[in-house]
Design a protein around this ligand. Sequence first.
Ligand SMILES: Cc1ncc(COP(=O)(O)O)c(C=O)c1O
Length: 453
Amino acid sequence: MTLALQPPTLDRLGSGVPDRLAAPSDLRPRRPRPGRRRLGSNTGQLPDLPPHRELVRRELAAYAQRIRLGALVREHGSPLFLLDVDRVATQLLALRRELPGAGIHFATKSLPHPAVIRAVHGFGASFEVASRGEIDLLEREGVPIGRCLHTHPVKSVADITGAYLRGIRTFVVDSPSEVAKFAGLPTHDVGVLVRLSFPNPDAKSDLSSKFGVAPEDAPALVDLCRRSRLAVRGFTFHVGSQTTSAAPWVRAIATTLQLMRSLEALHGTRFEVLDLGGGFPIGYDEPVPSLAELARGIRPALAAVPEHVRVVVEPGRFIAAPAMTLITRVIGTSDRADGRWHHLDEGLYGAYSNIPAEDVHALVFAAAELGVRPLGDDAAERTARRVLTRVRVPVTLAGPTCDSVDVVARHLPLPPLADGDLLVSPMMGAYTWATATGFNGIARTPVVEVSAA
Ligand SMILES: Cc1ncc(COP(=O)(O)O)c(C=O)c1O
């Protein structure tokens, strides 16, 4: 398996780690030995640090230097999101290379930031939208709305009418009640994709539990659309976010193509679109198969797609996650019954909202591990820190709100930290800034654009 580098964290890295320091040699990546328990065990043995974390650390350290991360924090303060739109282009290029011919509709919801929208638009890709607010954003950035897909399967009549007036011509339906809502629209230029449900309990978010019609019930829905003079342009599905195997796509493609063939034969019509949705994964605290490997599994299934059917994808996480790096700072330290706690200026109600919502865990690095000099650092302090980064202590990282669930990680082995120290999490672009709340009156973390070029 080719593994895509990307970040890990937190709870998963262990609870109950003995309160002792790991020796420098433990920082070297290595495979877990048979019979040896990993972090989280209570054996008193030293923790195994996964090679994945070390590989990501090296990449991130080099990146931090290139973007002059220390200087950025000195200028803009913390917490801070660093947005690198070159990474958006890199991910789009990878998709274009691995799934050639597939139309790309970026899932706006994953990172609805104007600079990202401009980067996706500049690349020549389009968008999927699900709300009036997302259409507003795209319009402001000069995106031609007529090329976008409106993918929300359940909308109000006002939403549908408004989206139509702004230019949307392709919507999604998954139930008879949704079909009825299109009655007032001119049907000659509006079409729908029927959302199919393919449950995938292995995905981080199984999006088929909330949306989609079962493939066996789809013919009746298509029939209803036809009787309602609503053109069915094709089918769409989402195999689940953070899907780490090609198999769910392969099964969904085969079933959908079979359905399309039988309905085309039955009604003497032709469908135009097969929409594979999003779901392409990112390595957070574990490596995931690379896009190249997943696409190698998916492409043979796509070979059966007829000429007249256009394949499209709706990637969100895959494009957005690598684009943002999060900087947080330790604002307080306390020793509790279960060990040392560091309180951060960001947490679950803010940038780390992807933890409770999606159960994904970005890696957290002490800035000192990356060679980033903290504020007011001098040569002597730097030397001391270099020594300190060769040991690790398990700490709990808490968010800044009053809520006791606001804990980013428990018993996470990190170099010794002090108030004011910086932490860095990569792969923090998807469903983070977008889903942050203002709980406790804490403002959304600002975003600054950076470039490593
Ligand atoms: C309809 C639709 N398309 C695409 C996406 C993007 O999914 P992902 O971020 O897993 O690529 C989502 C995510 O919720 C979605 O609901």
